[in-house]
Ligand binder design. Structure first.
Ligand SMILES: Cc1cc2nc3c(=O)[nH]c(=O)nc-3n(C[C@H](O)[C@H](O)[C@H](O)COP(=O)(O)O)c2cc1C
Length: 190
């Protein structure tokens, strides 16, 4: 069985809803999943990351990049960088912000650079863009048309219970895809 860890931060709960969706998707695909809030990460949870086949990074987009709590986690991960202990794990990512764009791409790109610094292999979203034809709608999966990872948009005046269903479905897809890809890598290595 493959192991997927989700290392995420959420200041106000919206990104946490997406983290749970990634978890559901990975569970559906048969992985063992560990959901880890990086703001309160413990030594035991660092070990779960060390033992995972894949780590999915998740953060809200704050001021055009990942949150400061996520950046602290990224800096703290430099201890693993020294020993290359996350090398050849899979990595993927998701983010959420109030605006349709909101500069979320920069957050996903930051995750890819973090993954590359660790020598990890990036798993992209693997979906065509939704909501980009006359017959498309905001209910399409991948409605915001990202490729690098799962991106969500949550209105500033609504709570986590209103996170868009299409964005939740997109995050579930990412979880499934990461778990399935981890299975492919595990079989190839066996
Ligand atoms: C400090 C701060 C900076 C933000 N910067 C952005 C931004 O750059 N782009 C954007 O679209 N939304 C921005 N937002 C809105 C958040 O991304 C949005 O409220 C998101 O749903 C918060 O996720 P969370 O509930 O998981 O913390 C910002 C919010 C805060 C608190």
């Amino acid at each position: 069985m493959t192991s997927v860890a989700i290392a995420y931060h959420s200041g106000y709960g919206h990104t946490a809803v997406l983290a749970s969706a990634v978890e559901r998707g990975a569970l559906e695909a048969g992985a063992t999943v560990h959901l880890i809030n990086v703001e309160t990460i413990t030594d035991a949870q660092w070990e779960l990351l060390d033992n995972a086949d894949a780590i999915v990074f998740g953060s809200p987009t704050y001021m055009g990049t990942a949150s400061s709590a996520f950046h602290k986690f990224a800096e703290d991960s430099s201890k693993r960088w020294f020993t290359h202990s996350w090398k050849d794990k899979l990595a993927a990512g998701f983010t959420n912000s109030a605006s349709k764009s909101g500069d979320k791409l920069n957050t996903l790109q930051f995750f890819t650079v973090l993954a590359a610094q660790h020598g990890m292999h990036w798993v992209n979203l693997g979906l065509h863009p939704g909501w980009n034809t006359s017959e498309g709608s905001e209910h399409d999966i991948n409605r915001l048309g990202f490729f690098l990872g799962a991106a969500a948009q949550s209105n500033n005046d609504e709570g986590p219970d209103q996170v868009h269903k299409a964005d939740i479905a997109t995050a579930e897809h990412l979880g499934r895809r990461v778990a399935e890809t981890a299975g492919v890598f595990a079989r190839a290595a066996a």
